[in-house]
Design a binder for this molecule. Structure first.
Ligand code: SF4
Length: 437
């Protein structure tokens, strides 16, 4: 392991938020939808429905209770009204972006302080106040905290790690567009997220303010899609596309919808987990005009299934948007069968269908997050047969070098005897199937 040489101090990255923050596009939550202090009895009721607040099979999962979250707000944001707290613009404008700010809320460990103040990572620090309220102030090993607070593990480059392990830059016919599979493209709108995940596959680009949602860049990407008739599916990602203003996002969706061969539009986002306030009635009203529109939602842990997130997913599902989850397998965060099962059950209760479980990509500084592949197989083995088939995601490795997603399955075909296939079930018992020859 070699210490990264590119010592770059933790900069106060200032992405261009003009589009997100100055447009008059926010519909303040009304009395029916906002979560007011008085609603905490409702939160307690909801808490019985979701794993993160109820008795949980995995004793290491210690979710932040609604009472503690209320105390967090009263302590750190006493003058902030419920309307402000529930405004996604307020949440974005008040992100925690450096060590000094973060140390007001968390008792930073020596390792965290070293990583934040000593510098060395190019992925900026950013956490919404909402997501911060879910973090344990005293325990640096708490799963959600580990996912967003830098540690020195980020500073080392392990064997086989790379800044762009998936080779996206080599499969980009025009800037911001990745065309890897025959019938679909990845459309990167910008490089901004409200909260940066320390294991981000695109940590080489996100948060640098270098990819901007300009019309000229979008037009170039749209032209490529217009001229490539094999493209029937466009995945809008980033950065987080839901950090665009409603107007900007609608401009893009309407232009994609005008292309006759684009059948499906998908949006990849972590907003329901880190900034559920963004899912406003006005946003979903706009989105429902662009069906068939699908969404892939990024979740990593049952603690993210809060009442606010349930509300956000409910709005999206009620707008007829099919929702799928994407989860990165992360060491010490979700690498136990019971934690993963809790997450899969949690998202299903929010009407999100478990979709992909990703082996963590070998990005630079990811060794402390990566598990052996054996661990992923063990988790799938622990889910299949033991819970609903719908609750079992497809475990994949996104092949380094641009090979695409390759599914991994525990061995279920034990062999063949004559015309019979020997099969192993979830209890490790063998069965025979008379194959057709
Ligand atoms: S939300 Fe997605 S793009 Fe943004 S930091 Fe997390 S993993 Fe990266």
């Amino acid at each position: 392991m070699q210490l990264q040489k590119n010592i770059v101090s933790f900069r106060n990255h200032t992405p261009d938020l003009s589009i997100s923050l100055t447009d008059e596009d926010e519909e303040p939550p009304d009395g029916r939808v906002e979560i007011l202090d008085a609603d905490y009895c409702l939160l307690n009721t909801l808490s019985t429905l979701i794993p993160s607040f109820s008795a949980f099979e995995d004793s290491s999962v210690k979710a932040v209770s609604p009472t503690r979250r209320k105390k967090f707000r009263n302590t750190f944001f006493p003058d902030v009204t419920a309307k402000q707290w529930n405004s996604w613009h307020w949440q974005v404008a008040n992100r925690i972006r450096n060590g000094e700010q973060l140390s007001r809320f968390l008792q930073l460990s020596e390792d965290e302080q070293l990583a934040i103040n000593g510098s060395g990572t190019s992925l900026p620090l950013s956490i919404t106040p909402y997501y911060l309220s879910l973090l344990d102030p005293a325990d640096p090993m708490q799963p959600l905290r580990r996912s967003v607070v830098p540690t020195t593990g980020e500073l080392t480059r392990g064997p086989g790690e790379a800044d762009d392990p998936l080779g996206e830059d080599n499969q980009s016919p025009v800037p911001g567009l990745v065309h890897r599979y025959p019938d679909r493209v990845l459309f990167l709108v910008h490089d901004f997220c409200s909260t940066y995940c320390r294991y981000c596959t695109r940590s080489r680009v996100v948060g640098h303010g270098a990819i901007n949602p300009t019309t000229s860049r979008f037009e170039q990407m749209l032209d490529y899609i217009r001229n490539t008739e094999s493209i029937r599916d466009v995945l809008i990602s980033g950065g987080d596309p839901l950090l665009l203003s409603d107007d900007r996002l609608e401009w893009l969706l309407s232009n994609l919808r005008k292309i006759p061969h684009v059948e499906i539009i998908r949006i990849g986002t972590k907003v329901p987990a880190v900034l559920p306030q963004r899912i406003t009635p006005k946003l979903v009203k706009m989105l429902r005009h662009y069906h068939p529109l699908w969404m892939s939602l990024h979740f990593i842990h049952p603690d993210e299934c809060t009442p606010e997130t349930i509300k956000a997913c409910t709005r999206l599902a009620d707008a007829g948007i099919p929702l799928g989850s994407q989860t990165v397998l992360l060491r010490g965060i979700n690498d136990k069968v019971e934690t993963m099962k809790g997450l899969m059950h949690g998202v299903m209760k929010m009407r999100v269908r478990p979709y992909y479980l990703y082996q963590c990509d070998p990005i630079t500084g990811s060794a402390h997050f990566r598990t052996p592949v054996e661990k992923g197989l063990e988790i799938i083995q622990g889910l299949r047969g033991f819970t609903s088939g719908y609750a079992v995601p497809t475990y994949v490795i996104d092949a380094p070098g641009g090979g695409g997603k390759i599914p991994l399955l525990p061995e279920s075909v034990a062999g063949r005897e004559g015309t019979e296939i020997l099969l192993r079930n979830y209890e490790d018992r063998c069965f025979r199937y008379p194959d057709v020859v």
